[in-house]
Design a protein around this ligand. Structure first.
Ligand code: GTP
Length: 596
Protein backbone atom coordinates (compact mmCIF):
# COMPACT_ATOMS: atom_id res chain seq x y z
CA UNK A 1 0.00 0.00 0.00
CA UNK A 2 2.99 2.26 0.63
CA UNK A 3 3.62 2.17 -3.10
CA UNK A 4 0.24 3.47 -4.18
CA UNK A 5 -0.79 7.05 -4.82
CA UNK A 6 -4.37 7.97 -5.68
CA UNK A 7 -4.89 11.38 -7.20
CA UNK A 8 -6.98 13.52 -9.52
CA UNK A 9 -6.19 16.48 -11.69
CA UNK A 10 -8.46 19.44 -11.05
CA UNK A 11 -8.55 22.56 -13.16
CA UNK A 12 -10.66 25.19 -14.77
CA UNK A 13 -11.99 24.11 -18.16
CA UNK A 14 -9.35 24.28 -20.93
CA UNK A 15 -6.39 24.64 -18.60
CA UNK A 16 -4.99 21.43 -20.05
CA UNK A 17 -6.12 18.56 -17.86
CA UNK A 18 -6.66 16.10 -20.70
CA UNK A 19 -3.38 17.03 -22.34
CA UNK A 20 -1.48 16.49 -19.08
CA UNK A 21 -3.26 13.16 -18.50
CA UNK A 22 -2.19 12.05 -21.97
CA UNK A 23 1.41 12.92 -21.20
CA UNK A 24 1.39 11.04 -17.91
CA UNK A 25 -0.04 7.98 -19.64
CA UNK A 26 2.49 8.25 -22.43
CA UNK A 27 5.43 8.53 -20.08
CA UNK A 28 4.29 5.49 -18.07
CA UNK A 29 4.55 3.42 -21.29
CA UNK A 30 1.42 1.37 -20.61
CA UNK A 31 0.58 1.70 -24.28
CA UNK A 32 2.92 2.01 -27.21
CA UNK A 33 3.29 5.40 -28.81
CA UNK A 34 1.96 3.92 -32.01
CA UNK A 35 -1.36 3.17 -30.32
CA UNK A 36 -1.43 6.45 -28.56
CA UNK A 37 -4.25 8.64 -29.65
CA UNK A 38 -4.33 12.18 -28.44
CA UNK A 39 -6.49 12.77 -25.43
CA UNK A 40 -6.90 9.13 -24.79
CA UNK A 41 -9.12 9.64 -21.76
CA UNK A 42 -11.74 11.57 -23.68
CA UNK A 43 -13.10 8.62 -25.56
CA UNK A 44 -16.43 9.91 -26.62
CA UNK A 45 -16.65 11.66 -29.97
CA UNK A 46 -18.37 14.71 -28.64
CA UNK A 47 -15.81 15.14 -25.93
CA UNK A 48 -13.06 15.02 -28.46
CA UNK A 49 -14.76 17.51 -30.73
CA UNK A 50 -15.63 19.98 -28.04
CA UNK A 51 -12.51 19.33 -26.04
CA UNK A 52 -14.42 18.87 -22.81
CA UNK A 53 -14.26 15.93 -20.48
CA UNK A 54 -17.62 14.54 -19.47
CA UNK A 55 -17.23 10.99 -18.27
CA UNK A 56 -14.44 10.26 -15.83
CA UNK A 57 -12.05 7.47 -16.52
CA UNK A 58 -9.38 6.05 -14.33
CA UNK A 59 -5.97 4.77 -15.20
CA UNK A 60 -3.29 2.98 -13.20
CA UNK A 61 0.21 4.21 -14.13
CA UNK A 62 3.34 2.33 -13.09
CA UNK A 63 6.17 4.74 -12.26
CA UNK A 64 9.77 4.04 -11.29
CA UNK A 65 10.73 6.77 -8.87
CA UNK A 66 14.13 8.27 -8.22
CA UNK A 67 14.19 6.27 -4.95
CA UNK A 68 14.43 3.15 -7.12
CA UNK A 69 11.00 1.80 -6.18
CA UNK A 70 8.08 1.30 -8.52
CA UNK A 71 4.81 2.99 -7.63
CA UNK A 72 1.26 2.57 -8.86
CA UNK A 73 -0.07 6.04 -9.59
CA UNK A 74 -3.84 5.88 -9.90
CA UNK A 75 -5.01 8.87 -11.89
CA UNK A 76 -8.71 9.44 -11.53
CA UNK A 77 -9.91 11.70 -14.32
CA UNK A 78 -12.51 14.31 -13.44
CA UNK A 79 -14.75 16.38 -15.68
CA UNK A 80 -14.13 20.11 -15.72
CA UNK A 81 -17.47 21.75 -16.35
CA UNK A 82 -19.90 23.17 -13.77
CA UNK A 83 -22.65 20.78 -14.85
CA UNK A 84 -20.56 17.87 -13.72
CA UNK A 85 -19.40 19.08 -10.30
CA UNK A 86 -20.97 16.04 -8.68
CA UNK A 87 -18.67 13.72 -10.62
CA UNK A 88 -15.67 15.72 -9.51
CA UNK A 89 -16.75 15.33 -5.91
CA UNK A 90 -17.15 11.56 -6.23
CA UNK A 91 -13.76 11.16 -7.80
CA UNK A 92 -12.07 13.33 -5.19
CA UNK A 93 -13.42 11.22 -2.34
CA UNK A 94 -11.43 8.34 -3.80
CA UNK A 95 -8.11 10.19 -3.69
CA UNK A 96 -5.53 11.29 -1.16
CA UNK A 97 -4.29 14.16 -3.28
CA UNK A 98 -4.87 16.36 -6.29
CA UNK A 99 -2.85 18.20 -8.87
CA UNK A 100 -4.32 21.68 -9.15
CA UNK A 101 -3.61 22.77 -12.69
CA UNK A 102 -3.47 26.47 -13.55
CA UNK A 103 -2.98 27.89 -17.04
CA UNK A 104 0.14 30.09 -17.04
CA UNK A 105 -1.49 32.75 -19.19
CA UNK A 106 -5.07 32.67 -17.85
CA UNK A 107 -4.27 32.28 -14.17
CA UNK A 108 -6.71 31.26 -11.44
CA UNK A 109 -10.37 31.17 -12.53
CA UNK A 110 -13.74 30.49 -10.93
CA UNK A 111 -13.62 26.73 -11.34
CA UNK A 112 -10.02 26.60 -10.12
CA UNK A 113 -11.30 28.00 -6.84
CA UNK A 114 -14.45 25.90 -6.76
CA UNK A 115 -12.46 22.72 -7.41
CA UNK A 116 -9.91 23.67 -4.79
CA UNK A 117 -12.66 24.08 -2.20
CA UNK A 118 -14.07 20.67 -3.14
CA UNK A 119 -10.62 19.12 -2.77
CA UNK A 120 -10.10 20.76 0.61
CA UNK A 121 -13.49 19.47 1.77
CA UNK A 122 -12.14 15.99 1.12
CA UNK A 123 -8.91 16.79 3.02
CA UNK A 124 -6.74 16.27 -0.02
CA UNK A 125 -3.09 17.19 -0.27
CA UNK A 126 -2.76 19.70 -3.14
CA UNK A 127 0.14 20.11 -5.54
CA UNK A 128 -0.09 23.28 -7.64
CA UNK A 129 0.95 22.77 -11.27
CA UNK A 130 1.43 25.68 -13.67
CA UNK A 131 0.74 24.52 -17.22
CA UNK A 132 1.33 26.01 -20.68
CA UNK A 133 4.64 27.63 -19.72
CA UNK A 134 5.57 27.41 -23.42
CA UNK A 135 3.05 30.13 -24.31
CA UNK A 136 4.53 33.55 -25.09
CA UNK A 137 1.79 35.05 -22.91
CA UNK A 138 2.72 32.84 -19.93
CA UNK A 139 3.28 34.92 -16.81
CA UNK A 140 4.62 32.53 -14.21
CA UNK A 141 5.30 35.14 -11.53
CA UNK A 142 1.79 36.48 -11.73
CA UNK A 143 0.32 32.97 -11.46
CA UNK A 144 2.59 32.22 -8.50
CA UNK A 145 1.25 35.33 -6.78
CA UNK A 146 -2.29 34.14 -7.41
CA UNK A 147 -1.46 30.69 -6.06
CA UNK A 148 -0.21 32.26 -2.86
CA UNK A 149 -2.77 35.06 -2.44
CA UNK A 150 -5.96 33.64 -3.93
CA UNK A 151 -5.52 29.95 -3.26
CA UNK A 152 -3.47 30.10 -0.08
CA UNK A 153 -1.02 27.48 -1.35
CA UNK A 154 2.78 27.58 -1.26
CA UNK A 155 3.93 28.85 -4.67
CA UNK A 156 7.38 27.37 -4.11
CA UNK A 157 5.90 23.88 -4.41
CA UNK A 158 4.37 24.67 -7.82
CA UNK A 159 5.61 22.53 -10.68
CA UNK A 160 6.20 24.18 -14.04
CA UNK A 161 4.85 22.19 -16.95
CA UNK A 162 4.10 22.35 -20.61
CA UNK A 163 1.79 19.44 -21.21
CA UNK A 164 1.84 20.20 -24.90
CA UNK A 165 5.62 20.08 -25.26
CA UNK A 166 6.09 17.40 -22.61
CA UNK A 167 8.12 19.60 -20.23
CA UNK A 168 8.12 18.86 -16.51
CA UNK A 169 6.18 15.59 -16.79
CA UNK A 170 8.68 13.60 -14.72
CA UNK A 171 8.62 16.31 -12.07
CA UNK A 172 4.87 15.83 -11.80
CA UNK A 173 5.24 12.05 -11.37
CA UNK A 174 7.99 12.49 -8.82
CA UNK A 175 6.04 15.10 -6.83
CA UNK A 176 3.03 12.79 -6.69
CA UNK A 177 5.19 10.15 -5.04
CA UNK A 178 6.98 12.56 -2.72
CA UNK A 179 4.23 14.95 -1.71
CA UNK A 180 1.06 12.86 -1.61
CA UNK A 181 0.41 10.47 1.26
CA UNK A 182 -0.08 6.77 0.53
CA UNK A 183 -3.57 5.38 1.21
CA UNK A 184 -4.32 3.85 4.60
CA UNK A 185 -6.60 0.91 5.28
CA UNK A 186 -6.63 -2.69 6.47
CA UNK A 187 -6.78 -5.45 3.87
CA UNK A 188 -8.07 -7.87 6.50
CA UNK A 189 -10.99 -5.69 7.61
CA UNK A 190 -14.56 -6.16 6.29
CA UNK A 191 -14.89 -4.87 2.73
CA UNK A 192 -15.68 -1.19 2.28
CA UNK A 193 -15.47 0.12 -1.29
CA UNK A 194 -16.69 3.41 -2.66
CA UNK A 195 -18.34 3.55 -6.12
CA UNK A 196 -17.31 6.70 -7.94
CA UNK A 197 -18.36 5.86 -11.46
CA UNK A 198 -19.74 3.13 -13.69
CA UNK A 199 -20.05 2.52 -17.36
CA UNK A 200 -21.82 0.06 -19.60
CA UNK A 201 -20.13 -2.60 -21.63
CA UNK A 202 -22.39 -4.41 -24.11
CA UNK A 203 -20.68 -7.77 -23.43
CA UNK A 204 -20.12 -7.67 -19.68
CA UNK A 205 -22.86 -5.37 -18.37
CA UNK A 206 -22.09 -2.61 -15.91
CA UNK A 207 -18.46 -2.03 -15.04
CA UNK A 208 -18.29 -0.51 -11.56
CA UNK A 209 -15.37 1.83 -10.83
CA UNK A 210 -14.46 1.90 -7.18
CA UNK A 211 -11.92 2.63 -4.54
CA UNK A 212 -11.30 -0.04 -1.92
CA UNK A 213 -11.16 1.74 1.44
CA UNK A 214 -10.99 -1.35 3.67
CA UNK A 215 -10.75 -5.08 3.11
CA UNK A 216 -10.16 -7.18 0.03
CA UNK A 217 -12.34 -8.20 -2.92
CA UNK A 218 -11.86 -11.24 -5.18
CA UNK A 219 -13.70 -12.89 -8.05
CA UNK A 220 -16.29 -15.28 -6.60
CA UNK A 221 -17.08 -13.10 -3.56
CA UNK A 222 -20.70 -12.28 -2.90
CA UNK A 223 -21.03 -8.54 -2.45
CA UNK A 224 -23.81 -6.22 -1.38
CA UNK A 225 -24.67 -2.63 -2.27
CA UNK A 226 -25.45 -0.88 0.97
CA UNK A 227 -28.03 1.57 -0.41
CA UNK A 228 -30.49 -1.06 -1.65
CA UNK A 229 -29.13 -4.35 -0.23
CA UNK A 230 -28.90 -5.86 -3.72
CA UNK A 231 -26.37 -8.69 -3.82
CA UNK A 232 -24.24 -9.91 -6.71
CA UNK A 233 -21.53 -12.46 -7.29
CA UNK A 234 -18.26 -10.88 -8.41
CA UNK A 235 -17.12 -12.22 -11.78
CA UNK A 236 -13.96 -10.22 -12.21
CA UNK A 237 -11.92 -7.49 -10.54
CA UNK A 238 -9.01 -5.57 -12.02
CA UNK A 239 -7.44 -2.24 -12.85
CA UNK A 240 -7.69 0.12 -15.81
CA UNK A 241 -4.64 0.59 -17.94
CA UNK A 242 -6.63 2.02 -20.83
CA UNK A 243 -7.80 -1.58 -21.30
CA UNK A 244 -9.10 -3.64 -18.39
CA UNK A 245 -6.40 -5.73 -16.73
CA UNK A 246 -7.93 -8.47 -14.52
CA UNK A 247 -6.33 -9.10 -11.09
CA UNK A 248 -6.67 -11.88 -8.58
CA UNK A 249 -7.79 -9.44 -5.92
CA UNK A 250 -7.98 -5.76 -5.03
CA UNK A 251 -7.02 -4.63 -1.52
CA UNK A 252 -7.53 -1.58 0.67
CA UNK A 253 -6.02 1.50 -0.96
CA UNK A 254 -6.43 0.27 -4.54
CA UNK A 255 -8.59 1.73 -7.26
CA UNK A 256 -10.09 -0.50 -9.93
CA UNK A 257 -13.17 -2.10 -11.39
CA UNK A 258 -15.62 -4.89 -10.70
CA UNK A 259 -17.85 -6.89 -13.04
CA UNK A 260 -20.71 -8.68 -11.34
CA UNK A 261 -23.49 -9.37 -13.86
CA UNK A 262 -25.15 -6.00 -13.24
CA UNK A 263 -27.46 -5.13 -16.12
CA UNK A 264 -27.60 -1.34 -16.32
CA UNK A 265 -25.66 1.51 -14.81
CA UNK A 266 -28.79 2.69 -13.02
CA UNK A 267 -28.62 -0.46 -10.86
CA UNK A 268 -25.50 1.01 -9.28
CA UNK A 269 -25.56 4.29 -7.43
CA UNK A 270 -22.51 6.45 -7.49
CA UNK A 271 -21.50 7.22 -3.96
CA UNK A 272 -22.81 3.87 -2.75
CA UNK A 273 -20.72 1.53 -0.63
CA UNK A 274 -19.94 -2.04 -1.72
CA UNK A 275 -19.44 -4.50 1.10
CA UNK A 276 -19.11 -8.23 1.69
CA UNK A 277 -22.49 -9.96 1.91
CA UNK A 278 -21.40 -12.36 4.64
CA UNK A 279 -19.13 -10.02 6.57
CA UNK A 280 -20.51 -6.52 6.01
CA UNK A 281 -18.95 -3.34 7.33
CA UNK A 282 -20.87 -1.57 10.08
CA UNK A 283 -21.96 1.53 8.18
CA UNK A 284 -21.72 2.97 4.68
CA UNK A 285 -18.96 5.42 3.77
CA UNK A 286 -19.96 9.07 4.10
CA UNK A 287 -22.25 10.06 1.25
CA UNK A 288 -21.59 11.94 -1.89
CA UNK A 289 -23.58 14.69 -3.46
CA UNK A 290 -26.21 12.93 -5.47
CA UNK A 291 -26.67 13.92 -9.08
CA UNK A 292 -29.95 15.75 -9.24
CA UNK A 293 -31.39 17.01 -12.50
CA UNK A 294 -32.02 20.75 -12.51
CA UNK A 295 -32.92 21.44 -16.13
CA UNK A 296 -35.88 19.82 -17.83
CA UNK A 297 -36.94 19.68 -21.44
CA UNK A 298 -39.05 17.48 -23.70
CA UNK A 299 -37.55 15.69 -26.65
CA UNK A 300 -39.66 14.81 -29.68
CA UNK A 301 -38.77 13.17 -32.98
CA UNK A 302 -39.29 15.45 -35.98
CA UNK A 303 -40.61 12.58 -38.09
CA UNK A 304 -44.00 11.41 -36.84
CA UNK A 305 -42.88 7.78 -37.18
CA UNK A 306 -39.65 8.49 -35.30
CA UNK A 307 -40.91 7.65 -31.83
CA UNK A 308 -39.93 3.97 -31.83
CA UNK A 309 -36.38 4.87 -32.83
CA UNK A 310 -36.25 7.47 -30.08
CA UNK A 311 -37.37 4.89 -27.48
CA UNK A 312 -34.54 2.56 -28.46
CA UNK A 313 -31.98 5.37 -28.49
CA UNK A 314 -33.02 6.70 -25.06
CA UNK A 315 -32.81 3.22 -23.53
CA UNK A 316 -29.32 2.71 -24.92
CA UNK A 317 -28.14 6.13 -23.82
CA UNK A 318 -29.51 5.58 -20.33
CA UNK A 319 -27.40 2.43 -19.99
CA UNK A 320 -24.37 4.67 -19.98
CA UNK A 321 -25.66 7.83 -18.41
CA UNK A 322 -27.20 7.21 -15.02
CA UNK A 323 -27.74 10.93 -14.50
CA UNK A 324 -30.14 11.15 -17.43
CA UNK A 325 -33.72 10.72 -16.28
CA UNK A 326 -36.76 10.59 -18.52
CA UNK A 327 -40.41 9.67 -18.71
CA UNK A 328 -42.96 9.46 -21.48
CA UNK A 329 -44.48 12.76 -22.56
CA UNK A 330 -46.91 13.75 -25.26
CA UNK A 331 -47.84 16.95 -27.01
CA UNK A 332 -50.79 17.86 -29.19
CA UNK A 333 -48.41 19.52 -31.65
CA UNK A 334 -45.54 17.07 -31.60
CA UNK A 335 -46.99 13.69 -30.65
CA UNK A 336 -45.12 11.26 -28.41
CA UNK A 337 -41.76 12.06 -26.86
CA UNK A 338 -39.94 12.15 -23.55
CA UNK A 339 -39.70 14.59 -20.68
CA UNK A 340 -36.07 14.55 -19.58
CA UNK A 341 -34.08 15.85 -16.62
CA UNK A 342 -30.50 17.04 -17.06
CA UNK A 343 -27.71 18.16 -14.76
CA UNK A 344 -27.42 21.42 -16.64
CA UNK A 345 -27.58 22.95 -20.09
CA UNK A 346 -24.33 21.39 -21.25
CA UNK A 347 -25.60 17.97 -20.25
CA UNK A 348 -28.76 18.67 -22.27
CA UNK A 349 -26.72 19.64 -25.32
CA UNK A 350 -24.53 16.58 -25.01
CA UNK A 351 -27.57 14.28 -24.82
CA UNK A 352 -29.15 15.98 -27.82
CA UNK A 353 -25.96 15.70 -29.84
CA UNK A 354 -25.45 12.07 -28.96
CA UNK A 355 -29.02 11.19 -29.90
CA UNK A 356 -28.75 13.02 -33.20
CA UNK A 357 -25.31 11.79 -34.08
CA UNK A 358 -25.02 8.29 -32.67
CA UNK A 359 -28.61 7.32 -33.39
CA UNK A 360 -29.19 9.43 -36.47
CA UNK A 361 -32.33 11.05 -35.11
CA UNK A 362 -33.75 14.43 -35.96
CA UNK A 363 -35.16 15.99 -32.79
CA UNK A 364 -37.14 18.89 -31.44
CA UNK A 365 -36.38 20.07 -27.91
CA UNK A 366 -38.78 22.27 -26.00
CA UNK A 367 -37.71 25.30 -23.97
CA UNK A 368 -35.63 24.14 -21.01
CA UNK A 369 -37.24 24.74 -17.64
CA UNK A 370 -36.27 24.52 -14.00
CA UNK A 371 -38.44 22.84 -11.38
CA UNK A 372 -40.99 25.14 -9.73
CA UNK A 373 -42.89 24.62 -6.52
CA UNK A 374 -46.47 25.83 -6.66
CA UNK A 375 -48.29 26.41 -3.39
CA UNK A 376 -51.99 25.98 -4.15
CA UNK A 377 -54.93 27.76 -2.54
CA UNK A 378 -55.86 24.61 -0.64
CA UNK A 379 -52.34 24.46 0.86
CA UNK A 380 -51.15 21.57 -1.31
CA UNK A 381 -47.83 21.79 -3.05
CA UNK A 382 -47.42 20.97 -6.72
CA UNK A 383 -43.96 20.50 -8.20
CA UNK A 384 -43.74 21.08 -11.93
CA UNK A 385 -41.03 21.38 -14.54
CA UNK A 386 -43.28 21.12 -17.57
CA UNK A 387 -45.36 24.07 -18.83
CA UNK A 388 -47.91 21.56 -20.11
CA UNK A 389 -48.77 20.67 -16.51
CA UNK A 390 -49.21 24.25 -15.33
CA UNK A 391 -52.56 24.38 -13.52
CA UNK A 392 -55.27 27.02 -13.68
CA UNK A 393 -53.44 30.08 -12.26
CA UNK A 394 -56.44 31.13 -10.16
CA UNK A 395 -55.84 28.02 -8.05
CA UNK A 396 -52.26 29.00 -7.28
CA UNK A 397 -51.55 30.90 -4.08
CA UNK A 398 -47.91 31.55 -5.00
CA UNK A 399 -44.96 29.98 -6.83
CA UNK A 400 -41.36 29.34 -5.80
CA UNK A 401 -38.28 28.97 -7.98
CA UNK A 402 -34.74 27.70 -7.35
CA UNK A 403 -31.95 30.20 -6.68
CA UNK A 404 -28.24 29.70 -7.08
CA UNK A 405 -25.20 31.31 -5.60
CA UNK A 406 -22.90 32.23 -8.46
CA UNK A 407 -19.24 33.14 -8.19
CA UNK A 408 -17.93 35.11 -11.13
CA UNK A 409 -14.27 36.06 -11.55
CA UNK A 410 -13.44 38.88 -13.97
CA UNK A 411 -10.81 41.56 -14.48
CA UNK A 412 -12.20 44.59 -12.64
CA UNK A 413 -12.71 46.61 -15.82
CA UNK A 414 -15.70 44.36 -16.62
CA UNK A 415 -17.36 44.92 -13.27
CA UNK A 416 -20.04 47.23 -14.71
CA UNK A 417 -20.90 44.93 -17.59
CA UNK A 418 -21.22 41.89 -15.34
CA UNK A 419 -23.32 43.84 -12.86
CA UNK A 420 -25.66 44.86 -15.66
CA UNK A 421 -25.99 41.32 -17.00
CA UNK A 422 -26.73 39.87 -13.57
CA UNK A 423 -29.24 42.56 -12.67
CA UNK A 424 -31.02 41.99 -15.98
CA UNK A 425 -31.30 38.37 -14.95
CA UNK A 426 -32.87 39.36 -11.63
CA UNK A 427 -29.62 38.78 -9.79
CA UNK A 428 -28.77 40.15 -6.35
CA UNK A 429 -25.20 41.19 -5.75
CA UNK A 430 -24.16 39.79 -2.39
CA UNK A 431 -20.51 40.53 -2.23
CA UNK A 432 -17.37 41.21 -4.16
CA UNK A 433 -13.72 41.01 -3.30
CA UNK A 434 -10.50 41.85 -5.00
CA UNK A 435 -8.18 39.00 -5.85
CA UNK A 436 -4.64 39.65 -7.02
CA UNK A 437 -3.88 41.44 -10.31
CA UNK A 438 -7.00 43.63 -10.49
CA UNK A 439 -9.30 40.68 -10.67
CA UNK A 440 -12.60 40.67 -8.92
CA UNK A 441 -14.64 37.85 -7.48
CA UNK A 442 -18.31 38.82 -7.59
CA UNK A 443 -20.93 36.82 -5.74
CA UNK A 444 -24.51 36.92 -6.96
CA UNK A 445 -27.70 35.18 -6.06
CA UNK A 446 -29.57 34.45 -9.24
CA UNK A 447 -32.69 32.53 -10.24
CA UNK A 448 -31.51 29.32 -11.90
CA UNK A 449 -34.19 29.76 -14.55
CA UNK A 450 -32.39 32.89 -15.78
CA UNK A 451 -29.05 31.14 -16.02
CA UNK A 452 -30.07 28.08 -17.98
CA UNK A 453 -30.56 29.96 -21.21
CA UNK A 454 -27.51 31.74 -22.53
CA UNK A 455 -26.03 33.25 -19.39
CA UNK A 456 -22.63 31.65 -19.76
CA UNK A 457 -22.32 32.64 -23.43
CA UNK A 458 -23.32 36.20 -22.63
CA UNK A 459 -20.86 36.37 -19.75
CA UNK A 460 -18.08 35.18 -22.03
CA UNK A 461 -18.95 37.70 -24.71
CA UNK A 462 -19.30 40.78 -22.47
CA UNK A 463 -15.99 39.98 -20.77
CA UNK A 464 -14.21 39.11 -24.01
CA UNK A 465 -13.65 35.60 -22.76
CA UNK A 466 -12.09 36.61 -19.44
CA UNK A 467 -15.08 35.96 -17.22
CA UNK A 468 -15.39 32.63 -15.46
CA UNK A 469 -18.30 31.26 -13.57
CA UNK A 470 -19.29 28.62 -11.06
CA UNK A 471 -22.50 28.04 -9.13
CA UNK A 472 -24.32 26.00 -6.55
CA UNK A 473 -28.02 25.68 -5.78
CA UNK A 474 -29.06 27.38 -2.57
CA UNK A 475 -32.81 27.51 -1.98
CA UNK A 476 -36.30 28.08 -3.33
CA UNK A 477 -37.70 31.61 -3.26
CA UNK A 478 -41.04 33.13 -3.99
CA UNK A 479 -41.52 34.31 -7.56
CA UNK A 480 -44.14 35.79 -9.86
CA UNK A 481 -44.51 33.03 -12.40
CA UNK A 482 -46.60 33.07 -15.57
CA UNK A 483 -47.07 30.68 -18.45
CA UNK A 484 -46.30 32.19 -21.82
CA UNK A 485 -48.04 30.51 -24.77
CA UNK A 486 -47.58 30.93 -28.49
CA UNK A 487 -50.39 30.70 -30.99
CA UNK A 488 -49.88 30.02 -34.66
CA UNK A 489 -52.96 31.05 -36.63
CA UNK A 490 -54.94 31.03 -33.43
CA UNK A 491 -53.85 27.55 -32.44
CA UNK A 492 -51.82 27.15 -29.27
CA UNK A 493 -48.63 25.17 -29.90
CA UNK A 494 -48.07 23.44 -26.56
CA UNK A 495 -44.45 22.62 -27.28
CA UNK A 496 -43.57 26.31 -27.55
CA UNK A 497 -44.97 27.26 -24.12
CA UNK A 498 -42.65 28.33 -21.35
CA UNK A 499 -42.80 29.27 -17.67
CA UNK A 500 -41.18 32.63 -16.94
CA UNK A 501 -41.18 35.57 -14.57
CA UNK A 502 -43.97 38.05 -15.26
CA UNK A 503 -41.54 40.97 -15.67
CA UNK A 504 -39.78 39.24 -18.55
CA UNK A 505 -42.87 37.97 -20.32
CA UNK A 506 -43.53 40.86 -22.71
CA UNK A 507 -39.92 41.23 -23.82
CA UNK A 508 -39.51 37.48 -24.29
CA UNK A 509 -42.78 37.20 -26.19
CA UNK A 510 -41.74 40.02 -28.55
CA UNK A 511 -38.34 38.55 -29.31
CA UNK A 512 -39.79 35.09 -29.79
CA UNK A 513 -42.54 36.31 -32.14
CA UNK A 514 -40.05 38.09 -34.33
CA UNK A 515 -37.71 35.08 -34.35
CA UNK A 516 -40.57 32.77 -35.23
CA UNK A 517 -41.48 35.09 -38.06
CA UNK A 518 -37.97 34.72 -39.47
CA UNK A 519 -37.96 30.96 -39.09
CA UNK A 520 -41.38 30.00 -40.39
CA UNK A 521 -41.29 29.81 -44.19
CA UNK A 522 -43.92 31.73 -46.12
CA UNK A 523 -46.84 29.64 -47.14
CA UNK A 524 -49.83 30.10 -49.39
CA UNK A 525 -51.75 31.91 -46.70
CA UNK A 526 -50.96 34.53 -44.08
CA UNK A 527 -49.68 33.19 -40.75
CA UNK A 528 -50.35 35.05 -37.52
CA UNK A 529 -47.95 34.46 -34.63
CA UNK A 530 -49.05 35.55 -31.17
CA UNK A 531 -47.61 35.45 -27.67
CA UNK A 532 -50.18 35.19 -24.88
CA UNK A 533 -50.56 34.90 -21.13
CA UNK A 534 -53.86 33.17 -20.52
CA UNK A 535 -56.32 35.01 -22.77
CA UNK A 536 -54.19 38.15 -23.09
CA UNK A 537 -52.28 38.60 -26.32
CA UNK A 538 -49.05 40.40 -25.44
CA UNK A 539 -47.20 40.33 -28.78
CA UNK A 540 -47.74 39.44 -32.38
CA UNK A 541 -46.11 39.17 -35.80
CA UNK A 542 -47.20 37.99 -39.22
CA UNK A 543 -45.66 35.92 -41.98
CA UNK A 544 -47.16 37.13 -45.22
CA UNK A 545 -48.46 34.75 -47.85
CA UNK A 546 -46.26 33.58 -50.67
CA UNK A 547 -46.33 30.86 -53.21
CA UNK A 548 -43.04 29.08 -53.37
CA UNK A 549 -42.50 27.19 -56.61
CA UNK A 550 -39.00 25.82 -56.45
CA UNK A 551 -39.13 24.59 -60.02
CA UNK A 552 -39.90 28.00 -61.46
CA UNK A 553 -36.20 28.58 -62.07
CA UNK A 554 -35.89 25.57 -64.39
CA UNK A 555 -37.55 26.90 -67.42
CA UNK A 556 -38.73 24.10 -69.58
CA UNK A 557 -36.91 20.90 -70.34
CA UNK A 558 -34.66 19.20 -67.92
CA UNK A 559 -36.91 16.90 -65.95
CA UNK A 560 -34.12 15.26 -63.93
CA UNK A 561 -33.02 18.60 -62.58
CA UNK A 562 -36.61 19.39 -61.74
CA UNK A 563 -36.92 16.15 -59.86
CA UNK A 564 -33.74 16.85 -57.95
CA UNK A 565 -35.05 20.19 -56.79
CA UNK A 566 -38.32 18.69 -55.68
CA UNK A 567 -36.47 16.01 -53.76
CA UNK A 568 -34.37 18.62 -52.07
CA UNK A 569 -37.50 20.41 -51.01
CA UNK A 570 -38.95 17.17 -49.69
CA UNK A 571 -35.83 16.58 -47.63
CA UNK A 572 -36.17 20.06 -46.16
CA UNK A 573 -39.72 19.19 -45.24
CA UNK A 574 -38.54 16.20 -43.26
CA UNK A 575 -37.19 18.64 -40.71
CA UNK A 576 -40.58 20.37 -40.58
CA UNK A 577 -43.52 19.67 -38.35
CA UNK A 578 -47.12 20.26 -39.36
CA UNK A 579 -48.99 22.27 -36.76
CA UNK A 580 -52.54 22.64 -37.93
CA UNK A 581 -52.02 23.84 -41.48
CA UNK A 582 -48.69 25.45 -40.81
CA UNK A 583 -45.28 23.90 -41.39
CA UNK A 584 -42.97 24.64 -38.47
CA UNK A 585 -39.28 24.00 -39.05
CA UNK A 586 -37.15 22.47 -36.31
CA UNK A 587 -35.33 25.80 -36.07
CA UNK A 588 -38.54 27.55 -34.96
CA UNK A 589 -38.48 25.54 -31.75
CA UNK A 590 -34.91 26.62 -31.13
CA UNK A 591 -35.66 30.24 -31.99
CA UNK A 592 -37.94 30.78 -29.02
CA UNK A 593 -35.08 29.87 -26.71
CA UNK A 594 -32.90 32.80 -27.75
CA UNK A 595 -33.16 35.84 -25.54
CA UNK A 596 -31.74 38.48 -27.83
P1 GTP B 1 -11.58 19.91 -20.19
O1 GTP B 1 -11.37 18.49 -20.55
O2 GTP B 1 -12.70 20.50 -20.94
O3 GTP B 1 -11.62 20.16 -18.73
O4 GTP B 1 -10.32 20.71 -20.73
P2 GTP B 1 -8.87 20.36 -20.32
O5 GTP B 1 -8.57 21.11 -19.08
O6 GTP B 1 -8.71 18.90 -20.33
O7 GTP B 1 -8.02 21.02 -21.46
P3 GTP B 1 -7.28 20.30 -22.68
O8 GTP B 1 -6.25 19.35 -22.24
O9 GTP B 1 -8.30 19.83 -23.64
O10 GTP B 1 -6.50 21.57 -23.24
C1 GTP B 1 -7.18 22.73 -23.65
C2 GTP B 1 -6.37 23.40 -24.75
O11 GTP B 1 -5.13 23.84 -24.25
C3 GTP B 1 -6.05 22.47 -25.91
O12 GTP B 1 -6.18 23.21 -27.10
C4 GTP B 1 -4.61 22.07 -25.68
O13 GTP B 1 -3.94 21.79 -26.87
C5 GTP B 1 -4.05 23.31 -25.02
N1 GTP B 1 -2.92 22.99 -24.13
C6 GTP B 1 -2.88 22.08 -23.16
N2 GTP B 1 -1.67 22.08 -22.55
C7 GTP B 1 -0.92 23.03 -23.18
C8 GTP B 1 0.42 23.51 -23.03
O14 GTP B 1 1.19 23.07 -22.18
N3 GTP B 1 0.79 24.51 -23.85
C9 GTP B 1 -0.02 25.04 -24.79
N4 GTP B 1 0.44 26.01 -25.55
N5 GTP B 1 -1.27 24.60 -24.96
C10 GTP B 1 -1.73 23.61 -24.18
Amino acid sequence: MKNIRNFSIIAHIDHGKSTLSDRLIQSSKIISDRDFKDQILDTMDIERERGITIKSQTVCLPYKSKDGKTYDLNLIDTPGHVDFTYEVSRALASCEGALLLVDASQGVEAQTLANLYLALEHNLEIIPVINKIDLPSADIDRVKDQIEEDLGLDPETAILVSAKEGLGIDDVMEATVRMLPPPVGDAAAPLEALIFDSHYDPFRGTIVHFRIKQGTIRAGDRIRFMSNNATYKVEEVGVFQIVRVPKKELCAGEVGYMIAGIKTVSDTRCGDTVTDHRRPCSKPLPGFKEAKPVVFSSIYPVASDGYEDLVVAMEKLKLNDASLIYEKDSSAALGFGFRCGFLGLLHLEVVQERLEREYDLSLILTAPSVRYRLIMNDGDELIIDNPALYPDPTNIEYAMEPFIKAAIIVPDRYMGAVMKLCLERRGINKNYQYLTNNRLEMIFELPLGEVIYDFYDRLKSITQGYGSFDYELIEYRRTDLVKLDFLINGERVDALSMLIHRDNAVARARVACSKLKDEIPRQMFKIAIQGAIGGNIISRSTVSAFRKDVTAKCYGGDISRKRKLLEKQKKGKKRMKMVGQVMLPQSAFLAVLKTD
